[in-house]
Design a protein around this ligand. Structure first.
Ligand code: DGJ
Length: 335
């Protein structure tokens, strides 16, 4: 009797362990499916819209707008996810949970958060677009943390170099220098260097006189490539790119990154991520497929770019895998 009870307990335990193991396995992603529902370690749709990524101590951190249903509507949330392979992401919580910091009123806006790690101050500095409901404030907000996943503490807001700033993008050059890309509605697309402590925007590199948002930059084999989207609200449009020998320009004409009729395959640029490994370098296009009426269900369109010698092209989306050690990416299925 006692022996069979022990055996029963033992098989229950084995069953529980196996269930756990399978649940764990089920969450493992071996590829990225552009436009699909991308789940985190909890099996929940990743909420990191209009986001940005940094690499810190061999871990990637992905920050973005947390737009899950059921959150306190008076607050705005910036989520943080951690990964070592860019395909599997662990939810680290909401790095920033912010109540209206500047009396902006109901429906105030916090969009496109980007985090920079400052090696000198050892602080993580988060920039975001801060606005009122009519997008008239056009400023950036800054919040700071000692840890990558927060909590971040709101510090201040300002207009970078005194200019209007709506969509922001981040660029960290190969030498570690940090830049903010911002959309200045009256003039165009600005790229500016952050101050030594990252608490300010200090020096303008370029004003590209083109009305573009969703700005993203990557440095690849001696050239800077800038991507931007037209100003069509949440609706997709054909994103464009230009190149320059340095951030100061001169910038080339803008060209299509994909067939214009595809409207960037329904997405809008938010960042380009350079993955350099032992064998090669892959540059990933990171875009948002916005669903304005059901923002929590907005998707991500990540795809390895064809890039080099002044040309950049976003291939038609297909599932792919990426190896962060070798830098190689591989198409795993045809859509
Ligand atoms: C397009 C921007 O890129 C988004 O970040 C957001 O500001 C929407 N416009 C709002 O319409």
């Amino acid at each position: 009797m006692l022996r069979s009870f022990k055996r029963y307990k033992c098989s229950l335990l084995t069953f529980a362990l196996l269930t756990f193991a399978f649940a764990g396995l089920a969450q493992q992603h071996t590829s990225i499916e552009p436009g699909g529902v991308w789940t985190d370690n909890r099996g929940k749709h990743i909420q990191a819209h209009g986001g940005g990524i940094i690499k810190y101590k061999n871990h990637y951190y992905w920050y973005g707008e947390e737009r899950a249903q059921g959150l306190d509507t008076a607050k705005r949330y910036v989520s943080c996810y951690e990964s070592t392979d860019l395909m599997n992401w662990t939810f680290k919580g909401d790095a920033l949970q912010q109540a209206d910091p500047e009396n902006l009123g109901s429906h105030w806006v916090l969009e496109r958060p980007k985090v920079f790690y400052n090696n000198k101050t050892k602080k993580f500095v988060m920039y975001f677009h801060l606005d009122d409901r009519s997008y008239k404030v056009a400023s950036v907000g800054i919040a700071v943390s000692d840890k990558p996943d927060g909590p971040y503490r709101y510090v201040k807001s300002f207009r970078p170099l005194g200019h209007e700033s709506r969509d922001i993008g981040q660029f960290i050059d190969d030498d570690g220098t940090a830049y903010l890309v911002f959309e200045d509605r009256p003039y165009g697309f600005r790229i500016a260097k952050l101050s030594a402590d990252y608490m300010n925007v200090e020096e303008e590199m370029s004003l590209i006189p083109k009305h573009m948002e969703g700005g993203a930059i990557v440095h690849y084999k001696g050239l800077d490539y800038a991507i931007g989207s037209a100003l069509t609200g949440w609706d997709p449009n054909p994103n464009l790119y230009a190149t320059a020998p340095s951030l100061k320009g001169p910038w080339s004409e803008f060209k299509d990154i994909a067939p214009p009729a595809e409207r960037t395959y329904g997405s809008q640029s938010t960042m380009m991520l350079k993955v350099t490994g032992t064998k090669t370098t892959t540059v990933l296009f990171m875009g948002d497929i916005w669903k304005p009426k059901t923002q929590w269900d907005s998707r991500y369109l990540w795809m390895p770019l064809e890039i080099g010698e002044g040309k950049l092209w976003l291939p038609s989306p297909q599932s792919f895998s990426i190896d962060v050690k070798t830098g190689e990416s591989k198409i795993v299925s045809q859509k």
